[in-house]
Design a protein around this ligand. Structure first.
Ligand code: NAI
Length: 462
């Protein structure tokens, strides 16, 4: 007889493992199927965590190489890439083992292998069959490439290969000026690679506030990244030496040829549904290959649910986590809700870029009257003391009610600073609320407060 669970979660990334933990906390008998050897999905194994380890290490290297002298520390650092990679691998191992521990603690059964849904309530892993009241698909996403360009993870790499290079390439073309392109491009630029980012649109970082996009391109250029915007790569072929590629203007025109050591493909990700047997059981997909769900995350088949990158919405670990928690709570009879407008986005370059809520462009398009307040890190004592003065905080608030509608930050610690605004927005707070809240001095948080004061045209330090 097959073993029976209340919930079987397929995939152990941030969506899946968090859903499994919450379900187990609520007393549901839970299993999680994972085909990778280690738990944690893309995020922990080949995404967020290893990339942040390399971003943090390469940032320290760049500081030591170029900026320590400015503050009176004479040193000449030498890169040991093997050790930097080993540190990253240790970080990944510690994190994935952490999930193993949490599974044991919460008595979640970890089933190793690839799951196929054979019917509503029935999952097959290898030769074993399992039954479940509810099945949660949390299989995440996979890299996409461009037609005719094959990712070999050696010379033409995705983010996965870019985390594993065994030596510092002399030159790299990054296709796509989005999150992965800029984060991984930054890592290798800091370690000595000549990086060119080719972006199809006329500006990098699509979806971000226009001013942030402009400012970030300016700062990254100053740091040494070359940008070719309104351009597309039309072919790329690995050779004995590296990669030969051709590109042309996005609107068509004269072709340009280039030879580089490495190409990093970062033009987006696609939902991962391979091998799940969705067609056979009748789970419907959108035109873009995402699993269709209703507001309760239920698919077109009763009892089969989906969360995270495999459904619509931003492909972000914290979005998947929140969906996992709410779904587990709904499965145990509670109710829940996510405000998708309040999911922050962070790009972990230096300076960091972070956003929540509406951009100025969106507010204009929606015809919403708003006030904007902006304050630069340059005028903040702590930022000066840290020698990190690039960027600004911008807060957008409703003209009539002062309710905060969006915040856009480029600057030191942006990813942490944005959280204050997310909380204020969650409680439907105003710019005045932020401005009247005491912010410790000297901290970078004062830039958020000053931007809120600037909404009412009364910043103190500018
Ligand atoms: P992305 O969607 O962020 O950026 C892809 C970029 O490629 C866009 O700017 C697009 O205009 C450009 N592009 C598309 N086709 C092109 C072409 N033929 N030639 C040149 N440019 C082209 O996708 P990315 O960076 O691959 O990231 C994938 C997903 O992973 C995103 O949803 C992202 O949010 C997520 N992610 C999030 C991170 C974070 O939150 N810090 C870190 C890494 C990934």
């Amino acid at each position: 007889m097959s073993e029976k669970f209340d919930v079987i979660v397929i995939g152990s990334g941030p969506g899946g493992y968090v859903c499994a933990i919450r379900a187990a906390q609520l007393g549901l008998k839970t299993a999680c199927v994972e085909k990778r050897k280690t738990l944690g999905g893309t995020c922990l194994n080949i995404g967020c965590i290893p990339s942040k380890a390399l971003l943090s290490s390469s940032e320290k290297f760049e500081e030591a190489e170029h900026h320590f002298g400015d503050i009176g520390i004479e040193t000449k650092p030498k890169l040991n890439l093997k050790k930097m990679m080993a540190f990253k691998d240790d970080v990944v191992e510690a994190n994935t083992k952490g999930i193993e521990f949490l599974f044991k603690k919460n008595k979640i059964q970890h089933i190793e292998g690839a799951a196929e849904i054979v019917a509503a309530g029935k999952v097959k892993v290898g030769n074993d069959e399992y039954e479940a009241e509810s099945i949660v698909i949390a299989t995440g996403s996979d890299v996409v490439s461009l037609p005719g360009i094959e990712i070999d993870e050696k010379k033409i790499v995705s983010s996965t290969g870019a985390l594993e290079l065994s030596e510092v390439p002399k030159s790299m073309v990054v296709i796509g000026g989005g999150v992965i392109g800029l984060e991984m491009g930054t890592v290798w630029r800091r370690l000595g690679t000549d990086v060119t980012v080719v972006e199809f649109l006329d500006q990098i970082m699509p979806g971000m506030d226009g001013e942030i996009r402009k400012e970030s391109e300016k700062i990254f250029k100053k740091q040494g990244i070359t940008f070719k915007t309104s351009a597309k790569v039309t072919s790329a072929k690995a050779t004995a030496k590296g990669v030969d590629l051709t590109m042309e203007p996005a609107a068509g025109g004269a072709e340009e040829k280039m030879s580089v050591d490495i190409i990093l493909m970062a033009v987006g990700r696609k939902p991962y549904t391979e091998g799940l047997g969705l067609e056979k059981v009748g789970v419907e997909l959108t035109e873009r290959g995402q699993i269709k769900t209703d507001e309760f995350f239920e698919t077109s088949v009763e009892g089969i649910y989906a969360i995270g990158d495999v459904i619509t919405g931003p492909m972000l670990a914290h979005k998947a986590e929140d969906e996992g928690v709410i779904l587990a709570e709904m499965l145990s009879g509670e109710s829940g809700h996510i405000d998708y407008n309040l999911i922050p986005g962070v790009v972990y370059t230096w300076p960091e870029v972070a956003n929540v809520g509406k951009t100025e462009e969106q507010l204009k398009e929606e015809g919403v009257a708003y006030n904007s307040g902006k304050f630069p890190f340059m005028a903040n004592g702590r930022a000066r003391a840290m020698g990190m003065m690039d960027g600004f905080v911008k807060i957008l608030a409703d003209k009539a009610t002062d309710r905060v509608l969006g915040a856009h930050i480029i600057g030191p610690g942006a990813g942490d600073l944005i959280q204050e605004v997310v909380s204020v927005m969650e409680f439907q707070g105003t710019a005045e609320d932020i401005a009247r809240t005491c912010h410790a001095h000297p901290t970078l948080t004062e830039v958020v407060k000053e931007a809120a004061l600037a909404v009412h045209k009364r910043p103190i330090h500018i």
